[in-house]
Design a protein around this ligand. Structure first.
Ligand SMILES: Nc1ncnc2c1ncn2[C@@H]1O[C@H](COP(=O)(O)OP(=O)(O)O)[C@@H](O)[C@H]1O
Ligand SMILES: [Mg+2]
Length: 268
């Protein structure tokens, strides 16, 4: 269904085909689709975790996938970066097919993942964690280190501190900073707000917006639909392996079904 042609900005996605945004917001700041996922399926043994989803990430935008636990969000991100092999479907980035590439090659091509649960190296210092993020590069890291430390001054103050001694929020910031050290063109974040206090969640989202303002394309996965939809240009709702709704962040946030299912607001 072509969303624009219905005059309705939140599109119900009923088939495995691409949801499509018509002409309305389909083109990012540069007018270019950076990541294109088409009919992606991911299975674990006999279990189909992702059942044929399609979505686009335009260059320069924040796109969010929201959905409950078990919807298939992490499986989607992990397959984009080559950590799970898709059962079928296509993933292109800058027009290049990624499904036959390994993770290293995908990272070298400009995609990075901030994994669910942060996964910082707890015994290594902040600085060493940041160096790990740049391990596929052998050029001078000083400029990027300056850049991430300017984004995260608290990390700079903790340069030599073991990552395991940082607070949850600081570890999340470190995980994002580490991912930025690979100098990605697109950063994917898997539930960056999980387990953090509301005020820290706000800080994480401020950083997400700031990185985006600096030109970074962002694919954000969240159960925290409220914050994610506020930040995102476009959103997709995932339910048990399928995309069931799509629209602008704003329109999805105002959609009755989304409100009831994901924003904790019941119909009055
Ligand atoms: N390594 C795995 N082995 C088997 N099943 C898995 C594995 N990872 C995820 N799953 C299953 O796939 C489904 C989707 O999981 P996941 O992608 O982690 O969802 P989400 O990130 O939205 O919570 C769930 O039913 C989950 O139990
Ligand atoms: Mg997950």
């Amino acid at each position: 269904m072509n969303v624009a042609s219905t005059g309705n900005t939140v599109g119900k996605v009923t088939s495995a085909g691409g949801p499509g945004f018509g002409n309305k917001r389909s083109e990012g700041l540069s007018g270019k689709i950076l990541l294109k996922v088409s009919d992606l399926k991911v299975s674990y043994g006999g279990i189909e975790a992702v059942r044929g989803i399609s979505f686009d990430v335009p260059e320069g935008e924040i796109v969010t996938l929201i959905g409950a636990n078990g919807a298939g969000k992490s499986s989607t991100l992990r397959s984009i970066v080559g950590l799970e092999k898709p059962a079928s479907g296509s993933i292109t980035f800058n027009g290049m097919e990624l499904t036959s590439m390994g993770t290293e090659q995908i990272v070298k091509n400009g995609i990075t993942l901030v994994p669910e649960g942060r996964r910082v190296f707890v015994n290594l210092s902040v600085y060493e964690n940041l160096r790990m993020g740049a391990y596929l590069r052998n050029d001078d890291l000083a400029k990027d280190l300056d850049w991430v430390y300017s984004l995260f001054p608290r990390l700079k103050e903790r340069h030599w501190q073991a990552a395991g001694t940082l607070s949850g929020g600081e570890q999340q910031m470190l995980a994002i900073a580490r991912a930025l050290m690979s100098r990605p063109q697109m950063i994917m974040m898997d539930e960056p707000s999980l387990g953090l206090a509301p005020i820290i969640v706000q800080e994480v989202f401020d950083i997400i917006r700031e990185i985006n303002h600096q030109g970074m394309t962002i694919l954000l996965v969240e159960q925290n639909a409220n914050m994610a939809l506020k930040a995102a240009d476009k959103g997709y709702v995932m339910e048990t392996g399928r995309i069931t709704l799509s629209g602008t962040g704003k329109d999805l946030a105002e959609n009755q079904e989304v409100k009831e299912a994901y924003l904790g607001k019941s119909r009055k």
